[in-house]
Write a protein that binds this ligand. Sequence first.
Ligand SMILES: [Zn+2]
Length: 402
Amino acid sequence: MTSLPPYWVDPLKDQFTVTIVDSRPTEEHFEITIEENVVKAAGGGQAGDRGILRIDQEEIVVRDTMQRNSVVVMLTEKGFARGVKATLIIDMDWRLTIMRNHTAEHLFAAALKERYPALEPGAMWIDGDHGTVEMVGARVGLQELFYAEKSVQDIIHRDVPVSTEMVKASELDKSIRARESVEAKHDMVRVVRIGDSDAAACSGTHVLRTGDIGIFKIVDYKREEESVHVEFLTGKRAVTILYDLFNAALERRRSHPFELDQLGAVLDRGKQVSSEYAKVLEKMEHLLNSGPTIENIGGISFRHEFLPGFEVSSLKRVLKNITPDGPSAILYFAPGEKCNLVFWANDLPHEANIYINDAVTKLGGRGGGSKQVYTGGFSDVDNPEGVYDDLVEYLRAQLLHG
Ligand SMILES: [Zn+2]
């Protein structure tokens, strides 16, 4: 059996003396082949190693490592003479982040699979910035996703050892997660075990203990009928976004003010306000272009407006500033989950409630008032426009028949 590469056996070893055996220019860069099997190429959903090749005083950046027809090549800015010896220095920030992300991916996939046994691994990409993983075969609940995230964090805190072993493909046990192709492609399969939490066939690089991951955070997700796609960060990158996010809220905590555990409700309210504001602008535009809606119903002037964003007090304030001329009726309706309305009957044969109260009650609302002014409201309204249209229709008939 050939000896195992150092990125499997000792992934923290970061310097090697290497011999250049091939150097080919391509359109964008050079592809360098070395004699030693010490650098990890992209594959199996994991990005390749990066680093520096040092020859004498000169340092040449290795941008990526890939497989070209089963030969490992490093992509560099500059070519080399064959036979030259160089020092290869692995970019350990990149590699360590890959190791954290990849190990976290195992834990997360295992945690989700425990909740949804039908899930199978789909597409995956792990690099030195972030990780993305797709699991296919079930609709995953949002709370279950967060539960899996928390269970990954628990295993990180327990600082469980990660071990690897080579196993004959034919002897792979059912409890070991493996993509179908793995057994078909190889005689020997590398199995990565994380304590007793997970065992998976994998050729990637991983941390030695789960505590090295530091922190695991989902940063985005997309749930579909039969799959879930998750993007995550680990380690320092995860801590940075959590600090930034928390402090963005903390900065506003006194000036707004709100308790931090109300952030979800605050965001929901923000969304509601902005959609109401859009409706207010739309209404204003309409009023500026067409003026108020005034109909003449059998000699009675009937004004009615659908006024998003208004409170009862502001509806009444608007009413106060109107000086009606002759018999008139005014309906102002403020939509929302709770709708409010004010109805004013001026110089008409009956008091305001005679015209409108039946309709309000029939439509599921409540109201009251004396003489000219009637105030009412509806709660849990799904379709405020519909309620408003029905009221207007009803009032037209009432005003016409007195
Ligand atoms: Zn792996």
